[in-house]
Structure formats: structure tokens, C-alpha cells
Design a protein around this ligand. Sequence first.
Ligand SMILES: Cc1cc2nc3c(=O)[nH]c(=O)nc-3n(C[C@H](O)[C@H](O)[C@H](O)COP(=O)(O)OP(=O)(O)OC[C@H]3O[C@@H](n4cnc5c(N)ncnc54)[C@H](O)[C@@H]3O)c2cc1C
Length: 311
Amino acid sequence: MTSPFDVDVVVVGGGPAGLSAALNLVRARQRVLVLDGNRPRNAATLHSHGFLTRDGVSPLELRRLGREEVASYADGDVQFALVDRVSAENGGFRVTAAGVRGAPDQDVTTRRVLVAAGLREVLPAIGNLRAFYGTALHSCYECDGFEKAGAALAVVGESDDLAERALHASVWSDDIIVFTNGVGTVSDGDERMLATHGIRVERRVVTEFVGERAELTGLTLSDGEVIARTAGFVRPRWETTLGYLDGLGADTDENGLLIVDADHRTSVPGLYAAGDITPPGPEQLIVAAGTGAQASATIVRDTVAARTRSI
Ligand SMILES: Cc1cc2nc3c(=O)[nH]c(=O)nc-3n(C[C@H](O)[C@H](O)[C@H](O)COP(=O)(O)OP(=O)(O)OC[C@H]3O[C@@H](n4cnc5c(N)ncnc54)[C@H](O)[C@@H]3O)c2cc1C
């Protein structure tokens, strides 16, 4: 039977969630187009950790391998393009995207759409933070804590979970200072609790990080004092960019994440989501890949169920 759609599934995002879903979908004989803006959340780092069989791999290499695996199937296609609109059409969807890195624009119809678009990180606005981010400064303990074990750590953030994050850091070091940057919240009670673990709280504004290239030596405070530190973890905020779904009315939570059921269906029939773009938000590569595989299984089951209904 010929399909009225160009492809069976469009996957928005070619990170571990999207590529893992696409691999499983092509193996279930679905025609899949992955559209990827190619701006991975972990682009700042040189090494990804904790992905079984790929511990230490570069993030770009992991994606390249994933793209190759998907594209090695006749029904798998991966294109660099930024999706700008997903609209309902003929019981399915039309997806348009602007090509990136010289790739062509896209305009395709599809029966189903999987959103695996990840998150955008917003770091505290401290002068030269970016110069050290991904080398001396990180945001994920599970990802990079091991490499910083025993270091003189700074835990920097502007949120109200700093005390909890500082305690978490004590798994990897017993030399920790919390920097609130004059914004983050640590209650007096939490400060006393942290002190019992040997963790100091510094409430002055941080003006810059000090060091050469990736070698951090300290943090400069608003009065000019430099506090010696050799590594750190910053607490980003995470933002979603889902304007291209606006006409569909998909439910999102208070953090802008796409709400899904236990099988990765959004509130819009035919629209699915996986990876960091779904609650609870920022996770790890292998978790994102796992949820992509789960979403793929749901899409295949729903496809069979829809076929049964139409007989
Ligand atoms: C600095 C840093 C280091 C990290 N290190 C590790 C680590 O060592 N180990 C680990 O397990 N985890 C690590 N993580 C976490 C890990 O990167 C994420 O959990 C994982 O990448 C989430 O996968 P995803 O597929 O959901 O999203 P992403 O990997 O973010 O991929 C989403 C993709 O969708 C694309 N996209 C977004 N919008 C559109 C659109 N409109 N159209 C087309 N494409 C779009 C983006 O460009 C991106 O390529 C790290 C995160 C950061 C920030």
C-alpha cells in the first residue's frame, strides 16, 4: 500500500535520544528522517563519560557514529536542518526546516513526529566562565566528577539548591567552597550544616575566573580578593525552544518541558518526545538514548494499532 506521507517518522534532533530512536525505527522498517540543528548540549566538552562501551568518547564522535549507523539503513536519512514549523496536515504532519552548515531546506509530510530536541543551557553571567567551561568547569557530577576527584572545587550557582549540590560534590572532593555569586540561596541553617562537612559558603559576587587556558587557579570576587580553586561545577538554568510546535498545543510543564505519558506520547496524537526535552529535563547520554529506544517501540506499536483499526 502506498503511503500518503513522504516518510513515516520525522525525528527533530540528532542527539543520542533522536538517533537511538531513529536506529530502532529503521530496524522496524519505518522510513525515518532525522533533522538536526547540530547544537548538542554537551558541545562545550571534549570527552563524554559514562556511556557504556564509549566512556571518554568525544561528543561529536558519538553523534557521528550514531548518524552513520542510522544512515546505513535504506530507510534512514539524517539531515542538518533546524525545524521551524510542525503543523497538522491530513491526519499527520508537515515539517519544514532551514538547512544548516550548507545543507538544503526541508519540507516533508510525515505520519508521526518525535521531538528529541534537547535543552539549551544558560550559565551564570560571570565574565569569562565560558573560557573554562567543559575543561576546568563542568555542570554534571556524574559526567565529570571522577576527573576532578580530590580537586579544590568551586560549586557556583544562582539557584536555591546550592547546599544540596555542594553536598553532592562531596562524593568527589573534601575541599569545596560554595559561591552564591551574590544571588544563589543558602540558608543560615544550611550553611551551618555544610560547615559540619567542611564546606564553606562564599556570598560575594564572582567577577571572573583566573587561570591560563583550561588550568583554573582561582575565582576573583567583587572586592578583588582571589580565592584559589583548581576546578568547579556551575549550576546552569535550562531553557527549551519549542516555538515550532506552537500550532499543535502540546502540553508542557512549568519548566517548558514536553509532558509525555509513560510511553513517550505527548498530549497531541502522533507527536512523541524523548531525551532531555521531557521531564525531569537534563539527564545523561545513555538515559537519553534509552528513552529514544522506548519512544521508538511506542511509535511502532501505535503504527500497528492504527493499521488494525483501519481494517
Ligand atoms: C557540558 C556538558 C557535558 C556533558 N557531559 C556528559 C557526559 O560526559 N556524559 C553524559 O552521559 N552526559 C553528559 N552531558 C549530558 C548530555 O549531553 C545530555 O543528557 C544529552 O546530550 C541529551 O541528549 P538529547 O538527545 O536529549 O539532546 P541533545 O544531545 O542536546 O541533542 C538535541 C539535538 O537537537 C537539536 N535541535 C534542537 N532544536 C532543534 C530543531 N528545532 N530542529 C532540529 N534540531 C534541533 C540540537 O541542535 C541537538 O543537536 C553533558 C552535558 C553538558 C551540557
